[in-house]
Design a protein around this ligand. Sequence first.
Ligand SMILES: C[S@@+](CC[C@H](N)C(=O)[O-])C[C@H]1O[C@@H](n2cnc3c(N)ncnc32)[C@H](O)[C@@H]1O
Length: 284
Amino acid sequence: MSEPDAISAPITALSPDDVRVLDFSSVVGLLNEPNMPSGGGRTVRRVIAMARLAPGARVLDIGSNTGYTSIELASWLDAQVVGIDINPVATAFAKAKAARYGLANVRFDVADATDLPYPSASFDLVYCSNTTSFIHDHRRARDEYYRVLAPLGRLVAVPIYYASPPPESLRRRVGDAMGVDLAVTDQDYWRDLFSDGEATLIEQETYEYVRQSPERIASYVKSILDQPHLESVDARVLQAAAERLTHFYELFDENLTYARYDILMYRCGHPNPEPVLHRTRAVR
Ligand SMILES: C[S@@+](CC[C@H](N)C(=O)[O-])C[C@H]1O[C@@H](n2cnc3c(N)ncnc32)[C@H](O)[C@@H]1O
């Protein structure tokens, strides 16, 4: 089976050789990897605290993959959450997970972030973590995020960027894993990208990554492969999937030693200026 078909086929239709050439997003979708944002649930709950949404708010999660963030948002909020992703297999897992937990306030659509199938001004919060870097045209995606935001709506972005430049060979290998020609972006790149004449940057928090041991990576891979929906999959296909996942996690762990991530929150039409001239800090 050729690569373009592989992302829309179930894992039972693939050979070990098919699995060995899949990019990261496709493997994640096939295996139902939780696919958390940087910082996991803690990041999502921080975003909820920052966004201060009113009951009944409309939330759009860009690149929802297997549903982690959308489901986390829907489980905490009195809000209508929509997750979109271009990958239909990952989206099917997301739908099944939401149904399993009886969450009626979350829906998943297969859609392209650069051409969102929603009217203008139809969401109060647009959230995108590590998705925009997977999209070829960052600016077109950014324009779509702002188009669908209502007045006083919030855009929250959680980009990963390089705090120091990675070796070229590492950049190339990470790009191959992600299926993109990976640009070496820095903190200012994302801050500038998401800045829009109509939106004010309200919050910016910066985090760094902690290096993982091989044992921790191996145990995480095992937890993914031990899921019930993979029980009937051919052992050679599962072995290829385990090797592919381990390869990606080790590669990303090395890459993240050069990286940081931010939580950025912009607000459209914010009525007051930010920030203040005389900056302050809490007394400890
Ligand atoms: C690393 S995953 C991540 C995201 C995840 N929500 C997170 O918390 O960081 C990137 C996702 O972006 C999706 N994606 C890539 N290009 C896309 C596009 N043009 N429109 C929508 N989703 C896209 C991929 O299918 C994949 O599920």
